[in-house]
Design a binder for this molecule. Structure first.
Ligand code: TMP
Length: 208
């Protein structure tokens, strides 16, 4: 079986951490080799860029921010994601390029066509086999984020920013329904987990 590349995405407060555990358990139960990683990050350079990107004292303009996301992604793809897939390991990334379209394109209003140019330059058509998109209402997401004692550069942004971000995630999901599985994260945790398990089982051919 060709190794699969799976990404998990959604606005801040959508519940990625909890659901990553569900994914971890699914791979454990099915005894499949898997690497968990994240963006921005996943490499030494990527983690250094993450520190700059999330630091609320960083004075980054939107284009610089976009380029740094892709700089981290290039290193991540070349040194972690692609080698793992080539070695037969499945890869699960906590965020990927959909986040750049949603946050920098939607939130920061960088033209989506400019992001698509960078995507093409860095990825040459490479994209996830499946994206689990956690969708949640703005009010619930913001309540969760408000509980963080030390919000990062993104978590401090206002609800209009996250409305635009969420819209781009949903727009992108609508254009490629075979790749995106939208998970309604407003549901009780057990139902969200069941939906994630079902999506994974379907991708790996364990169900009809
Ligand atoms: P997280 O690991 O808690 O999701 O934090 C990463 C933050 O970075 C999150 O607020 C989303 C943001 N981000 C972007 O703005 N663009 C991107 O391309 C990626 C990968 C993340």
């Amino acid at each position: 079986m060709k190794a699969k590349f799976i990404t998990l995405d959604g606005i801040d407060g959508a519940g990625k951490s909890t659901n990553l555990e569900t994914i971890r358990l699914w791979f454990e139960q099915h005894q499949l080799p898997v690497l968990f990683t994240r963006e921005p990050g996943g490499t030494a350079v990527g983690e250094a860029l993450r520190t700059i990107l999330l630091d609320s004292h960083s004075q980054l303009n939107a284009r610089t921010e976009t380029l740094l996301m892709f700089a981290a992604r290039q290193q991540h793809l070349d040194t972690v994601i692609k080698p793992a897939l080539a070695a037969g390991k499945h890869v699960v990334s906590d965020r990927f390029t959909d986040a750049t379209f949603a946050y920098q394109g939607g939130g920061r209003e960088i033209p989506l066509s400019d992001i698509a140019i960078l995507e093409n330059w860095v990825q040459h058509g490479f994209c996830p086999d499946m994206t689990l998109l956690l969708d949640i209402s703005l009010s619930v997401a913001q309540q969760r984020v408000a509980q963080h004692s030390d919000p990062d550069r993104f978590e401090q942004l206002d609800s209009a920013f996250f409305e635009r971000t969420r819209k781009i995630y949903l727009d992108r999901a609508a254009t490629a329904p075979q790749r995106y599985h939208i998970i309604n994260s407003n549901q009780p945790l057990a139902e969200v987990a069941a939906q994630i398990n079902q999506s994974l089982s379907q991708l790996f051919g364990y169900t009809a």
